[in-house]
Design a protein around this ligand. Structure first.
Ligand code: CAA
Length: 295
């Protein structure tokens, strides 16, 4: 059955090589998923060799974990490791059909990445973005071929979370959208077409949950009490642990985007701002007895 809003799948173009820009956590997880499900070469890139090596090393480490759990055979593990490579030279993307970026959550940075990519990829190569909050239409606006830009938003952990938000920019053409849906299906994700609105759908809900917990903390409720109070909601993970998984800097960006878009509905927690300003990456620490404490 065709997902709601997806164009005719006959329009989809084959994806035989994938590029991933940014070699951070989400990028590494995506690279592995593409290699595992599409069985095609995946090239990671980043701004320096250290980041790139770390990204490729992460992927290889995840493959070893899959091997250890018996989820992949030794042959499959070797094949996956060979499929995922790193290059600092974007010329390696010349024959890619699908490039996805997962760089810093900033419109200007992402526009620059796409503009640079256009110098290297074919006119038909899909340029996808894993942004969790920014406008895909604005991101595409400065390109020679904005019709091949699409939002392709995964959730962390990428290997486990089934949903994929596919976002159509004003300029996205049917062939690009059909390719995005066909790729989502190959990745075994449940794809939904969402409106190009700030933070799409899922992050609006998550930002609300995290925001209200953090606001309670701003008001004086202790961290652990505010977090525990969400237990009756039956979430798979408490909002503050989720904040840790997503990364507080990313979460802060998302909540700032939401506040700018809907100032009456979303605020930015003072606690979160202070937390990120102090360069902290985790909300919680654990003491010697295994109890969670506030960092
Ligand atoms: N990477 C890869 N695999 C992971 C993983 C990770 N970081 N974390 C967990 N897994 C895997 C485990 O290896 C395990 O796989 P196997 O069954 O093959 O062993 C499986 O997930 C289940 O893990 P666990 O049994 O350890 O733990 P769990 O049952 O508590 O599930 C969870 C863990 C899936 C993360 C669950 O807690 C959950 O669903 N949490 C909510 C996550 C969520 O809401 N994500 C959205 C974040 S928002 C976002 O990403 C968007 C954004 O743009 C900011």
């Amino acid at each position: 059955k065709r997902p709601v809003g997806a164009p005719d799948k006959g329009l989809a173009r084959p994806v035989t090589k994938v590029g991933v820009v940014g070699a951070g956590l989400m990028a590494g997880q995506m690279a592995l998923l593409f290699a595992r499900r599409l069985h095609v070469p995946v090239v990671l890139t980043d701004i320096d060799q250290t980041r790139l090596d770390k990204g490729v090393g992460y992927v290889h480490g995840e493959v070893d974990k899959l091997l250890g759990k018996g989820r992949v055979s030794p042959d499959e593990a070797n094949r996956l490791k060979a499929l995922v490579t790193g290059s600092l030279d974007k010329a390696a993307f010349a024959d890619a059909d699908f490039v996805i970026e997962a760089v810093f959550e900033d419109l200007g940075v992402k526009q620059q990445v796409f503009a640079e990519l256009e110098q290297h990829v074919s006119a038909e190569c899909v340029l996808a973005t894993n942004t969790s909050s920014l406008s895909i239409t604005e991101m595409a606006s400065k390109l020679a071929h904005p019709e091949r830009v699409v939002g392709f938003h995964f959730f962390n952990p990428v290997a486990v979370m089934p949903l994929l938000e596919i976002v159509r920019a004003d300029q996205t053409d049917d062939a690009t959208l059909a390719t995005a849906f066909a790729t989502g299906k190959q990745l075994k994700k449940s794809s939904v077409l969402v409106k190009d609105a700030p933070s799409f759908v899922v992050n609006r809900l998550l930002t609300r949950f995290m925001g209200e917990v953090l606001k309670s903390v701003d008001e004086g409720t202790p961290f652990d009490v505010a977090d525990k109070a969400t237990e009756p909601l039956g979430l798979p993970m408490s909002p503050l642990i989720l904040l840790q998984l997503v990364g507080s800097a990313v979460a802060l960006h998302v909540s700032e985007t939401m506040h700018a878009a809907y100032p009456d509905r979303f605020s930015v927690s003072e606690n979160m701002k202070a937390f990120v300003a102090a360069g902290k990456t985790a909300v919680w620490q654990w003491d010697a007895q295994g109890n969670q404490t506030v960092d």
